[in-house]
Design a protein around this ligand. Sequence first.
Ligand code: NCD
Length: 280
Amino acid sequence: MLYFSQPSTRTFLSFHSACQILGMKTVEVRDTATSSEMKGETQEDSIRTFSSFADVIIMRSAVGGLAEKMAWVLSHTERPVPIVNAGSGKDQHPTQALLDIYTLQRSFERRGGIDGKTIVFVGDLARGRTVRSLASLLTLYRGVTQVFVAPPPLQIKEDILERLRQAGAAFEIGSDFERAIPKADAIYMTRIQDEWDETRGESSRIDLPRFSFTADRLRLLRPAAVVLHPLPRRQEIAVEIDRDPRAVYWRQVRNGMWIRVALLASIFECFEAIRRYPRA
Ligand code: NCD
């Protein structure tokens, strides 16, 4: 069951493609205006209903923590099907973090992997859930330094910094992008998440060019560094940069499909069956 009540292009299509690759059938709800939530059904009851028709529920929601809450709800029913969080509010996007880690791992495969690398995050780090998930996952690697570059109102939140401190992970906080570029092994760009603005237009006061990767800034980037972005992008990465071999954000999209194939195969414990599957 693909239950996506918030806009999505890549995450939805990559999960959908991943299901097809594995020979799984899919049902989807993308528009709650056409479901019983419009009649006042609670999300708990909707999820219980979905669990009757599916063996896994992949869900995206604008509500932080909702996927986790629903997993807890289902775990107390007779059909505790797994829930995969495909993005929850401003909170978490764990499968994006997996594909980001996979992309970093492949990028650094001949340079000792992710251990010891410096990852620079740029943009809206307060409301960008992909950054929050990836920053947490990176604490599992040794000697990684995370640098958070953002306008002060959009700087990474204290809960993530506390998690980094608890894990003994090194980090720096700043707002000078040009100074951060030369020390990066990877730069993770993000867009301003203005759909979360509390007062109209508060994001428009941000000095965007200061947090944008323009073509002239490529000269500051190390030859072996890589540039990531969860997409969709706006003006924070100039399109000319797409042609630079250090830009890996289009590869991330493709990796997203394969990491989701791997995740579903792992949920249903079918790695052996895949290995034995006759080659066409
Ligand atoms: C991100 C998201 O939805 O959080 N997109 C994605 O899944 N690749 C990033 C964003 O919307 O800016």
